[in-house]
Design a protein around this ligand. Structure first.
Ligand code: C5P
Length: 253
C-alpha cells in the first residue's frame, strides 16, 4: 500500500501530506519527551488522548471565533489540519508562577501573577528554545510588530477560553504554550492557532488538591501520565465518566 508523504516528524507528532492542497494530516504519537528530549518514553494511549483533547479545544476555539488549523478528526490518532507557515516562536501564557519562570525569577510555584504574562521562546532545539524579547523578534525578522500584536491577542483569547473551560471542571490553568501559523487568503495573510493544545503543552492543577494533571507528571516522575490525561478528558466529558484508567481510551463519539 502506498504510504503518504511524510512532511515532518517532531517529538510527539508526525505531519503527512493531506488529501487536498493546503491540508496536512497530523498524527499524534505516544512518545513523551522532556528537557529538550533528554528524557523520553513511550506512554501508551497518550497520542489518542491528545488527538481527542486537541480536537475538543480547537473546536471550542472555532465556536468562539478564534481561528485555528483544525478541520476534522480522521481517526483515533489523526486529524486533518490546515497547512500553515509556522512562526518560529513558542508563545507561552502564564497565570501562576511555575516551571522556568519560577526557576528564573525565584518565585514559588503557584504564586498568582498580577496579570497573564505572555512570553516568546525561539523554536530552536539546539539552543534549548531560548526566551527572546519582542526586540529580538522584530530585529531578527522572526515576526513583525503587527504579527506580535496579533499573536498576543490570540494567546490571551486562548487563555481566557482555556481558563474558563478548566475552571468549570475544577482545574486551574497555570500556564500553556501555543504555536501560531501564517495562512494566506487571496492576498491577505492571517495568523491562526496551530500545532496542538493538550496536557502536553499546558500546566493543569486540580483546584482542590493541587494534583498535577499535565506533562509535569512525566517530567517530575509523579505517577502515570495516561491516568492524568484520562482524568482531564473524563472531566471535560471527552471520555465516559466511569473511566479512571484508560490505557486504550474509549471515545464517546
Ligand atoms: O518550561 P516552562 O515553564 O517555560 O513551560 C511553560 C509552559 O509551556 C508549560 O505549560 C509547558 O508545558 C509548555 N511548554 C511546551 N513546550 C515547550 C516548552 C514549554 O509545551 N517546548
Amino acid at each position: 500500500m502506498a504510504r503518504r508523504k511524510k512532511i515532518y516528524e517532531g517529538k510527539a507528532k508526525i505531519m503527512y501530506e493531506g488529501p487536498e492542497p493546503g491540508t496536512l494530516v497530523q498524527y499524534f504519537k505516544d512518545d513523551a519527551t522532556a528537557f529538550n528530549a533528554e528524557k523520553r518514553a513511550k506512554v501508551e494511549g497518550k497520542g489518542v488522548l491528545n488527538n481527542r483533547l486537541s480536537e475538543f479545544f480547537m473546536k471550542g476555539l472555532t465556536q468562539i471565533g478564534v481561528p485555528n488549523h483544525f478541520i476534522k478528526r480522521l481517526n483515533m490518532r489523526e486529524q486533518l489540519v490546515r497547512s500553515v507557515e509556522i512562526i518560529p516562536l513558542e508563545v507561552v501564557v502564564r497565570n501562576f508562577a511555575a516551571g522556568s519562570l519560577s526557576a528564573r525569577l525565584g518565585m514559588a510555584e503557584g504564586t498568582p501573577l498580577p496579570r497573564p504574562i505572555v512570553e516568546f521562546c525561539l523554536k530552536d532545539d539546539a539552543l534549548g528554545d531560548p526566551l527572546v524579547s519582542e526586540e529580538h523578534i522584530c530585529a531578527f525578522g522572526w515576526a513583525t510588530q503587527q504579527d506580535l500584536d496579533d499573536m498576543i491577542s490570540l494567546a490571551l483569547r486562548v487563555n481566557d477560553f482555556m481558563s474558563g473551560l478548566m475552571l468549570a471542571v475544577g482545574i486551574k490553568l497555570v500556564d500553556f504554550k501555543i504555536e501560531i501559523g501564517r495562512i494566506w487568503e487571496n492576498d491577505f495573510q492571517r495568523l491562526i492557532v496551530a500545532d496542538e493544545i493538550s496536557p502536553d503543552s499546558c500546566r493543569l492543577w486540580d483546584i482542590e488538591t493541587g494534583q498535577k494533571l499535565d506533562k509535569d507528571v512525566f517530567r517530575r516522575d509523579l505517577g502515570n501520565l495516561t491516568d492524568a490525561y484520562t482524568e482531564v478528558a473524563r472531566r471535560l466529558g471527552v471520555l465516559p465518566s466511569n473511566v479512571t484508567h484508560a490505557p486504550r481510551p474509549t471515545l464517546i463519539n
